[in-house]
Design a protein around this ligand. Structure first.
Ligand code: NDP
Length: 302
């Protein structure tokens, strides 16, 4: 297959590209920067969708960029980098004379309200309740294809938790302090910590790119929670990372410090969390390589 990946130069995109190429597929990235094997967002807009069987959007300004202060301009970038790129791709798909058979958006679990007790599956109803859930609502709405195109193009939304891997995401920022023995729980530590290993997320995306089994495909998007089946808390994650690294984890970071450092609107993704169940992902028969924290963290650390 020929696969087009918006934001494919990033952490998840590099893993996905590797997996797709290993399977013999052809990958073209959409990027802000021109380069070999890439088109730019401007070229997508002016020249339309290049021929492809599958398209994915992974573009988005990093939500936990420690170098960016939490202010209106950052929030605007978080929204536009996701919503505008997703809209550009869905509009290019809709305008194409031969649209791809699969269109996949990777969004996030911030749509589910943080809770110590509630459990969420892909069937859970939700309405926006804060900034990040509003972002998910607009982002996913931007991906929707017109009904006539949805008759032939399968639409899939994957909602990942924190993506764990050596080369990016949260682990890249956490490994050094944990190595130095400065790691600890965030906030109360009791909050759920939905997570997935990056290679499993790439595997779920590749499955979503496969041609639709039912013809015509369902006109509304299929949603898959991109999380590992293990339900862990931040405390369990912290202790397991310390154990795998053989380092103490005795420096908790109180919630008010996280709020001051990151801004309370985005600190929620670390100080609060949701119990997210990958019900439909499991029912689809997806086999995780890293279903539990120990196997995932050992792969990352070793
Ligand atoms: P990255 O932070 O690695 O960014 C992906 C790509 O987005 C970049 O390589 C870049 O591509 C493009 N990008 C960055 N900033 C902008 C911007 N301001 N405007 C347009 N494009 C931009 O993301 P990940 O690979 O970690 O994540 C992929 C997707 O999954 C993202 O949408 C993210 O929100 C979502 N997600 C990630 C999680 C995680 O833990 N990593 C958790 C849950 C959801 P280029 O420079 O080539 O333009």
């Amino acid at each position: 297959m020929r696969i087009l990946i918006g934001g494919g130069s990033g952490f998840v995109g590099r893993e996905l590209t590797r997996l797709l190429r290993d399977k013999g597929h052809e990958v073209t990235l959409i990027s802000r920067q021109p380069g070999p094997g890439k088109i730019t967002w401007g070229e997508l807009e002016s020249q339309g969708l290049p021929p492809c069987e599958g398209a994915v959007n992974l573009a988005g300004e990093n939500l936990i960029n420690p170098l960016r202060w939490w202010n209106e301009s950052y929030k605007k970038d978080l929204f536009s980098s996701r919503v505008d790129t997703t809209k550009a791709l869905s509009q290019a798909i809709a305008a194409s004379s031969s649209p791809p058979h699969s269109w996949v958006l990777v969004s996030g679990v911030a749509c589910y309200k943080p809770s110590l007790t509630a459990q969420y599956t892909e069937d859970s109803e939700w309405t926006p309740f804060d900034l990040l859930s509003r972002l998910v609502k607009e982002w996913e709405a931007a991906a929707l294809l017109p009904e006539n195109v949805a008759k032939t193009t399968k639409q899939v939304i994957i909602r990942p938790g924190a993506v764990l891997g050596r080369d990016g995401g949260a682990m890249k920022q956490m490994l050094l302090p944990f190595w130095l023995g400065l790691g600890g729980t965030l906030g109360s530590g009791r909050q759920p910590f939905p997570w997935i290993h990056v290679s499993d997320l790439a595997g779920i995306i590749v499955r979503a790119l496969e041609p639709p089994a039912d013809t015509p495909p369902s006109s509304s998007p299929q949603v898959f929670n991109g999380v590992a089946p293990a339900l862990n808390t931040n405390y369990e994650f912290t202790k397991e990372l310390g154990r795998v690294l053989r380092r103490p984890t005795i420096f908790p970071v109180p919630g008010f410090v996280m709020n001051a450092l990151l801004g309370s609107e985005r600190a929620v993704i670390l100080t609060q969390g949701q119990k997210v169940i990958p019900k439909r992902t499991l029912e689809s028969g997806f086999q995780y390589n890293y279903p539990d924290l120990t196997s995932a963290l050992k792969e990352i650390v070793n």
